[in-house]
Design a protein around this ligand. Structure first.
Ligand code: HEC
Ligand code: HEC
Length: 415
């Protein structure tokens, strides 16, 4: 006999549900839960009476009522400019049940051909949803061609394109590509649907998210995109300091002198913010974006003087010479945890990155004008060692411990 332990657990769930076991759940009008001990069909366990069905609770550590994924973001995320960066499509707003399904999918090795790799394998919460390895290892031991990118602030990238070369036109399109990638996860979409539909815990999760238990690759994409958009970093020391000071341009009382110097360099002479804190054309008044540390389009930051024939970035996608060697930059939030750096992971420390901008920028034909001196040669900042250290110290204030510890984005599997 194989059913007793499961049968007992199920009966307990039903008793709890019939007794209104979860006080937060409003009484349900249809009160036809079977009595404990009656013929119990495990699969027919009522879903809307408080507890999670056994086939979910056995495998997943999820709350009875889903977590809230629609955070009220602080004031600096509420400016018209920042709202204008939001790429959430009208038909895929974040719902708590959709993001919960996305969370489970994100951590599920079912999404790879041999059950070894999940999205989270290369996008680890403890390193701000990126991979500390220079190149990531796929399901069959192969290596990715580029450094993993953080899955964070995806929602606030206005052009809505993803990957270093922006080959994915939307986040909904992007999230299915690693699954089908022959190095990363190695499945066809048909195989994906079959595998996901074969896991007993998904029927309930799809029903909660979409109203019925049907598994489709489109729904998988919608849920993964909702989860990815929900990962917003806004609780760093930078955010606390900004709330106190009211304006990024003012000294932050809770920052050290070194961190405030680094902030001034980031905004001013270091010339980082013109790219990494996109704010449109300069205007009077406070900077309209003090929240999103992203650039508007892929560009070339002078890593090499010539185009790399093996990886031409955006140029490989558009075939336009003016796009050769251009790459999207990830968000600088949590960047201190995101080593190694750049599309090919060539720098292992932030100090190396800052020294690149100080004295190492190369004269690539498509080098961004913002990194050129008057006359067109690569700009030389010649930062002192103290200034390099100050810029690094400022970048470290963008680390968001609360996000790294946030249960809503953590592995839900009981492993
Ligand atoms: C084997 C490692 C690996 C796995 C598994 C993986 N990724 Fe990635 N991810 C990467 C790498 C590497 C890149 C950058 C690739 C490129 O630009 O060519 C990336 C890029 C991304 C980006 C783009 C971020 C941006 O700002 O443009 C998103 C979003 C993303 N992955 C989400 C996911 C999701 C969702 C899954 C699971 C369905 C997943 N990844 C699985 C390695 C991985
Ligand atoms: C012209 C625009 C531009 C300017 C100015 C600029 N950057 Fe960048 N930055 C980029 C681009 C583009 C990338 C990605 C390049 C790549 O990987 O090929 C990047 C990448 C980075 C990365 C690596 C991110 C990661 O996760 O791999 C860091 C850190 C960084 N920049 C910091 C800075 C700092 C600090 C400054 C000022 C000293 C600065 N940048 C100035 C465009 C710029």
């Amino acid at each position: 006999m194989r059913f007793p332990p499961r049968f007992i657990a199920c009966s307990l769930t039903l008793v709890a549900a019939a007794c209104g076991g979860d006080p937060a759940t409003p009484a349900d009008d249809d009160d036809d839960a079977p009595d404990a001990g009656a013929e119990v069909d495990v699969d027919a366990a009522p879903d809307d009476e408080g507890g999670l069905p056994d086939e979910v609770a056995d495998v997943l550590d999820l709350p009875d009522d889903p977590f809230d994924y629609t955070d009220t973001l602080p004031a600096h995320f509420q400016t018209a400019f920042v709202r204008g960066l939001d790429n959430t499509p009208g038909d895929n707003g974040i719902t708590d049940d959709g993001a919960t399904l996305g969370r489970v999918l994100f951590y599920d090795t079912t999404l790879s051909a041999n059950d070894t790799v999940a999205c989270a394998s290369c996008h680890d919460q403890s390193t701000a949803f990126t991979d500390p390895a220079r190149f990531s290892t796929g399901f069959d031991g192969g290596l990715t061609g580029r450094n993993s990118m953080p899955v964070m602030e995806a929602r606030f990238y206005r052009n809505g394109r993803f990957f270093w070369d922006e080959r994915a036109a939307t986040l909904e399109e992007q999230v299915l590509l690693p699954i089908q990638n022959e190095v990363e996860m190695g499945l066809t979409l048909d195989e994906l649907v079959e595998r996901v539909a074969g896991r007993p815990y998904y029927g309930y999760l799809f029903e909660q998210a979409f109203g019925d238990p049907d598994v489709t690759s489109e729904r998988i994409a919608l849920a993964l995109a909702q989860f990815s958009r929900a990962i917003v970093s806004y609780r760093s020391r930078y955010d606390v300091g900004l709330a106190e000071a009211g304006d990024i341009a003012l000294p932050f009382p809770s920052f050290t002198a070194e961190e405030n110097l680094g902030k001034d360099l980031f905004l001013g002479r270091g010339g980082c913010a013109v790219c990494h804190l996109e704010a449109g054309p300069p205007g009077p008044g406070p900077r309209p974006n003090q929240a999103i540390f992203l650039i508007d389009i892929p560009t070339n930051n002078g890593l090499d003087a010539t185009t790399n024939v093996d990886d031409n970035g955006r140029g490989d996608v558009t075939d336009l010479p003016q796009d050769a060697g251009r790459f999207k930059s990830p968000s600088l939030r949590n960047v201190a945890l995101g080593a190694p750096y750049m599309h090919d992971g060539r720098f292992s420390t932030l100090e190396q990155v800052v020294r690149h901008y100080s004295t190492g920028v190369q004269a690539h034909p498509n080098l961004d004008p913002r990194l050129r001196a008057p006359g067109g040669a690569p700009r030389r900042l010649d930062l002192t060692d103290d200034e390099v250290a100050a810029l690094v110290a400022f970048l470290e204030t963008l680390t968001d411990e609360a996000l790294l510890a946030d249960e809503r984005f953590a592995d839900p599997f009981k492993r």
